[in-house]
Design a protein. Structure first.
Length: 421
């Protein structure tokens, strides 16, 4: 992953030299901004936004919402006088090419750098009172947070009979004090998730294991589901999109600090927190938590950006795994429209997008769980408890063409205005 990205920090890059002229430094700064802009644009734009039959978009009232933002049918076919005479072999060849392309993309996304150190990720657990849980949920936190931010969610879900586990992403939480693993490492995190999922399947034999992530954690969970489909019985991804408000300001800030010192952390927490919530109590709690990592280096932020840029590729590779996307309509950090666009890229037919009207950026972390959010998750889990497992999903994919199309009611005016921001 990151090891294959050309690094701007090489000793051969003269603009970073201490002897570079002010003009060279300014030119390099502008180049960095333009480069980040181009990379970001490539992650958002999409040429193929399909909405397979069976997809559901639900508003906070429980009715289906915002169908106008989804492609209601496959791309229109172009009439051609040669179409009827097209050899069947050519169609098979095209299908084979498409399959090879998917395999190549999956191989690229699955590449883990050889230098990754194997370790056990710090993990918190909330278990139900029953011996056998209804299901297992593994949680991945957002940027700057830690596994303890899922405490309220874990406790509430445990009371409903679910076993909830939450791990730290490398570079955050307890990892900040772990020598050699105190910097952000997405490859290492993916390996941690893989090993943790294997342990959970062994510890809870026959019980479905679901993966849940929020914000950055939602993107990590998305990637893990794409590359470890046999280990994930279902995905719940909250605000995973890379399309954020005030991105140009963030890019400029990163570019400036990149010139000063690519490895020197600087405060990014203030801007993130101010956009993520208007609640002063939550802002204070977020900023004062000693386990939160609010200072990140330009190099770490570029790694984060590169990882998030792969979201749309990951969504296309999730073929049959059930997926629930959750988005707060009052989110001022991640654009709700970006989540809808990412949702459109999911290849699985078993997918659902739930919109929570009064929710900000955080929906499951930092004590932001509401009854509505818990009910949405538990209801979706309940609906998939009897259909977990690879064989069940494969059978579902084969027969999905015979399923009736899910009805989609008109969204409220407020839903449309929020999503079209």
């Amino acid at each position: 992953m990151f090891s294959h990205v050309a690094s701007p920090f090489s000793q051969h890059v003269s603009p970073f030299s201490l002897h570079a002229s002010p003009f060279s430094r300014l030119l390099t700064s502008l180049t960095c901004v333009l480069l980040l802009t181009c990379v970001q644009a490539g992650a958002i734009d999409s040429d193929d936004k399909k909405n397979p039959v069976g997809s559901t978009v639900r508003g906070s009232s429980g009715v289906d919402a915002a169908p106008g933002l989804l492609s209601a049918s496959p791309p229109a076919q172009t009439d051609s006088p040669f179409e009827s005479s097209m050899p069947e072999e050519r169609s098979l060849t095209d299908a084979a090419k498409a399959e090879r392309k998917k395999e190549k993309e999956l191989s690229e996304l699955s590449k883990i750098k050889k230098s990754v150190k194997i370790s056990n990720a710090p993990c918190l657990t909330w278990l139900p009172s029953t011996d056998t849980p209804r299901a297992v949920v593994l949680c991945v936190h957002g940027l700057g947070l830690h596994n303890g931010t899922y405490a309220d969610f874990g406790q509430r879900m445990a009371k409903l009979g679910y076993a909830v586990y939450a791990i730290d992403v490398r570079g955050f939480g307890s990892f900040m004090e772990a020598k050699g693993r105190e910097t952000v490492d997405f490859d290492g995190c993916l390996k941690d998730i893989q090993s943790t999922l294997k342990v959970l399947h062994r510890a809870h034999k026959g019980v479905p294991v679901f993966l849940l992530g929020e914000s950055m954690g939602g993107a990590i969970a998305l990637r893990a589901t794409a590359i470890y489909p046999d280990l994930v019985d279902g995905l719940i991804s909250s605000v995973p999109a890379n399309d954020r408000f005030k991105q140009n300001h963030t890019r400029l800030s990163v570019a400036i600090h990149l010139l000063e010192n690519p490895d020197k952390p600087f405060d990014v927490g203030k801007d993130i927190i101010s956009q993520a919530t208007k609640k002063q109590e939550l802002r204070d709690q977020w900023s004062k938590d000693p386990l939160n990592k609010l200072n990140l280096s330009p190099k770490e932020l570029l790694q984060f950006q590169h990882f998030m840029n792969q979201n749309h590729k990951c969504a296309k590779l999730i073929q049959v795994t059930p997926v629930l996307f959750v988005q707060g309509c009052n989110d001022m950090l991640v654009k709700p429209k970006g989540t809808v666009e990412l949702f459109n890229e999911l290849a699985t037919r078993d997918r659902q997008l739930d919109l929570i009207a009064n929710a900000e950026h955080l929906i499951f972390e930092e004590n932001q769980c509401t009854d509505e959010g818990i009910n949405k998750v538990s209801s979706w889990l309940d609906a998939h408890l009897n259909t977990h497992g690879k064989e069940d999903r494969a059978d579902s994919a084969k027969t999905s063409n015979t399923h009736p199309k899910t009805s989609q009611l008109e969204p409220t005016k407020n839903d449309l205005q929020t999503l079209e921001r």
